[in-house]
Design a protein around this ligand. Structure first.
Ligand code: ZN
Ligand code: ZN
Length: 343
């Protein structure tokens, strides 16, 4: 089959690789759409990941089902999550593979969905393989994974309707966080980012106040928007020193900081303001596929304003280059037989 294979830093080539081998507990999916993720870019920029086939935000049709798998039929349209417990750690030894401390992830430690076919090990309906309602296109379904992260992170903050919430960092996760907050009926959503195309998208996603952090002081603007009170919750999706500092500064007393963005560098910080304001710093790593599928199905959340570019699998190298370098790119999709065009 064809797959996009990494050969070193910023070097992706579409080439022929062996077809996936069906495990008795696995399924094989013919891939229809697969998003390029920010997490993929972290790896793509570094050297030393030869042979990696990325792709964990995807959808497609079930084509083969292992002999031990029940309830999943060929032909079903699905999205899926892939992980493989190590089998030897403390948790695995107790039969609790879902808590494995050396979990291998689809699209990193084993081949992902930037290929014609992808194998999902230990397939179980409703646990890691999710059938798609008719309302969801394959591209919608390939957006469930990033949306599920935003949903999980926002939901962990338990925002109330009268809350003022700031979302910092308007990549896909931040923009879905804005949409989820809007769907929850949160009173005031402040969105802070730097790229014009993403500020525009934040408006479409439902943000009430847009801060152009490239031009304006984000903390000052957030304080002005909240009558100097600060926000109840910050959803920090950028993962940088500056945005972390802004989060601490714009949170009101008793506020929550949801740490969602992945930090490429360690932080230097003075914890005193967090102590003095009784802030809660909450790490967020998780997803909720069923809730995200429901949100897309209901139309309360839409993937459309976020998908800016489409490429074929043969154009995978260009897809990565675009996601990394094009200031207009929000979510780049690799889709089957779709020529390049901008939505
Ligand atoms: Zn992702
Ligand atoms: Zn383990």
């Amino acid at each position: 089959m064809k797959a996009a294979v990494m050969h070193g830093a910023r070097d992706i080539r579409t080439e022929t690789v062996p077809d996936p081998i069906l495990d008795p507990h696995g399924v094989i999916i013919k891939v229809k759409a697969c998003g390029v993720c920010g997490s993929d870019l972290h790896v793509y920029k570094r050297d030393g990941q030869d042979g990696t086939i990325f792709g964990h935000e995807f959808s497609g049709d079930i084509v083969e089902v292992g002999s031990q798998v029940t309830g999943i039929a060929p032909g079903t349209r699905v999205t899926a999550v892939g992980f493989k417990p190590c089998g030897t750690c403390f948790w695995c030894a107790q039969g609790k593979g879902h808590r494995c401390s050396n979990m291998a992830l689809l699209g990193y430690q084993f081949p992902g969905a930037m290929a014609e076919y992808v194998h999902i090990p230990s397939a179980a309906l409703g646990r890691n393989v999710f059938p798609l309602p008719d309302e969801l296109s394959y591209e919608d379904a390939a957006s469930v994974e990033p949306l599920s992260i935003s949903y999980f992170s926002v939901n962990r903050a338990l925002p109330k309707e009268n809350d003022m919430v700031a979302v910092i960092g308007l990549g896909v996760i931040g923009l879905y966080a804005v949409q989820v907050l809007k769907a929850m009926g949160v009173a005031k959503i402040i969105a802070s980012g730097r790229r014009p195309s993403r500020l525009e998208a934040a408006k479409i996603c439902g943000a009430d106040i847009i801060i152009d952090a490239a031009k304006d002081d984000a903390v000052k603007a957030a304080m002005e928007a909240t009558s100097k009170m600060g926000v109840n919750t910050v959803v920090e999706c950028a993962g940088m020193q500056a945005t972390f500092d802004q989060s601490i500064a714009m949170a009101r007393g008793g506020g929550k900081i949801m740490l969602v963005g992945i930090y490429e560098e360690p932080l230097t910080w003075d914890p005193l303001p967090a102590i003095a304001k009784n802030l809660s710093l909450i790490g967020c790593l998780g997803g909720n596929f069923p809730a995200s599928i429901e949100l897309l199905k209901s139309g309360k959340v839409s993937a459309k304003p976020l998908i800016t570019h489409r490429f074929s699998l043969d154009q995978a190298a260009l897809a990565f280059k675009t996601q990394l370098q094009d200031p207009e790119a929000i979510k780049v999709m690799i889709t089957e037989n779709e020529p390049w065009h901008k939505t």
